[in-house]
Design a protein around this ligand. Structure first.
Ligand code: ADP
Ligand code: MG
Length: 251
């Protein structure tokens, strides 16, 4: 197991957003995290990445208990993510958004850098080169010097993904990567996710489009009111009574 969430609970005054939720992520898979709005999916990502500390339960990554670790340490340890609401710096260039992501990527080198200026320059060049390579993957390299706010919504979603890749994650958490994106761009984003997975990256993806999720995921975990109500292969999930009820039985 690459990641284990063990009986994680998270409350926000009065609301239990995540309620004793457990699931595993296997190395190399695409795991789908689905559930109605407000079922705790984003909160779960926030607990895994350390944005929120869980009230109880544990997060184990690569065999290590990382519960309570700060976000940047988890990122350096290999957990990357994108956000449901885009979190880029709109008034900075595309390249600067890429470079900022990598600024703290190797904090352990901070002191050695201080004493070796030449090394700093080399490092800076390497980061730029790497950024261009990543931007090429999504056809944004020619926009490196453009202001990020001038990119289309879909291009910003792509940029968020490659920015996360700059940290060289082994596990990538994608929070609604195609929500609100047009069909052409959706195809491109899904193609990128597939390509990353085929090159060995483990992916956990939150997404509402069931057709896409059924086609895309190796396994799925379903949350409802913060509780894990089902887990399994897409074909099993499709037939699961609790899942059908969570989606169709209400509203
Ligand atoms: N920072 C927060 N402060 C207070 N309540 C929150 C916060 N984040 C999420 N919640 C609440 O927790 C529940 C789960 O939210 P969320 O994890 O965003 O659901 P999902 O991503 O599945 O739509 C919701 O009721 C939401 O209002
Ligand atoms: Mg959400």
């Amino acid at each position: 197991m690459l990641l284990q969430a063990k009986k994680v609970s998270k409350r926000f005054d009065g609301i239990t957003a995540v309620d004793s939720c457990s699931f595993d992520v296997k190395e190399g898979e695409i795991l789908g995290l689905i559930g109605p709005n407000g079922s705790g999916k984003t909160t779960m990502f926030n607990v895994v990445t350390g944005v929120h500390d869980a009230d109880s339960g544990a997060i184990v990554y690569k065999g290590e208990d990382i519960t309570g670790w700060p976000t940047d340490e988890r990122a350096r340890f290999g957990i990357g993510r994108t956000f449901q609401l885009i979190r880029l710096f709109p008034r900075l260039t595309v390249m600067d958004n890429m470079l900022i992501a990598q600024k703290y990527a190797h904090a352990e080198k901070f002191w050695s850098q201080l004493f070796r200026k030449k090394h700093v320059k080399e490092e800076e060049l390497a980061k730029r080169k790497r950024s261009i390579e990543l931007l090429k993957m999504v056809n944004l390299h020619e926009k490196a010097d453009d202001l990020t706010e001038n990119l289309s919504y879909g291009q910003q979603k792509l940029l968020e993904i490659v920015r996360a890749l700059a940290m060289e994650p082994e596990l990538l958490l994608l929070d609604e990567p195609i929500a609100g994106v047009n069909p052409t761009m959706t195809k491109q984003i899904l193609g990128l996710i597939k390509q990353l997975n085929e090159s060995g990256m483990t992916i956990v993806m939150i997404e509402h489009n069931m057709n896409v999720m059924m086609r895309f995921c190796d396994r799925m975990v379903v949350l409802d009111y913060g509780k894990e109500i089902a887990m399994g292969k897409p074909a099993q999930i499709r037939k699961n009574k609790k899942v059908v009820e969570a989606y169709l039985g209400r509203k």
